[in-house]
Design a protein around this ligand. Structure first.
Ligand code: GLN
Length: 195
């Protein structure tokens, strides 16, 4: 059984843990960098990226998360998690973990559309899935190694680069676990490569 950690500094943690457990994997809250050695994959949840960023620094998570990624262990960033994983942020905001070759614009849908739910076709998933957007970011530029998995109004809202997966929306707030299933498959692949 795979163990998936959810970075538990701020944001939507328990919904991810529930979905992980429902899929038959083990979900644990990650509050200390040492715990990263116990997990097969890491989810960086939605929340407020500026707050999570400060807490990552305060609790010395920056280098351990980068090392986790360097070891090709899968990381899934949802919403604020996507912002934190990006190499570049628009409007000269400071990027943080800088692991994925994407440029992200925060709060990209404007005031009147701050939160909405829609259904979305995601590459590699057969049926359309429900997607909840809350003050969501979008990807405005992606490097050539990045696979674009979903778009809305021509904006990129889900993408994958090797062992890194990001979504602008919150898959953990719906009953649909296809994206988590995709993440579990990425974990299985990374295990095969490192054995
Ligand atoms: N707007 C938030 C940010 O940039 C992200 C919102 C979310 O995670 N739902 O941090």
């Amino acid at each position: 059984m795979y163990t998936i950690g959810v970075l538990s500094l701020q944001g939507a943690v328990s919904e991810h843990i529930n979905q992980i457990n429902q899929l038959g994997a083990k979900g644990i809250q990650i509050k200390h960098p040492e715990q990263l050695s116990e997990i097969d994959g890491l989810i960086i949840p939605g929340g407020e990226s500026t707050a999570i960023k400060k807490l990552i620094d305060r609790y010395d998570f920056l280098t351990p998360i980068r090392e986790f990624s360097k070891a090709n262990k899968p990381i899934f960033g949802t919403c604020a998690g996507m912002v934190l994983l990006a190499k570049n942020l628009l409007d000269s905001e400071d990027s943080h973990l800088m692991l994925m070759d994407i440029t992200v614009k925060r709060n990209a849908f404007g005031r009147q559309k701050e939160s909405f739910e829609t259904s979305l076709h995601v590459y590699g998933i057969e049926n359309e899935i429900p997607a909840v957007f809350i003050r969501a970011p979008i990807i405005i530029e992606a490097g050539e190694d990045v696979e674009i998995l979903a778009k809305i109004d021509n904006h990129i809202v889900a993408a994958k680069q090797d062992h890194l997966l990001v979504t602008s929306f919150h898959p953990e707030l719906t009953e649909d676990s296809s994206l988590l299933q995709l993440f579990l498959e990425m974990i299985a692949t990374s295990k095969k490569l490192t054995v």
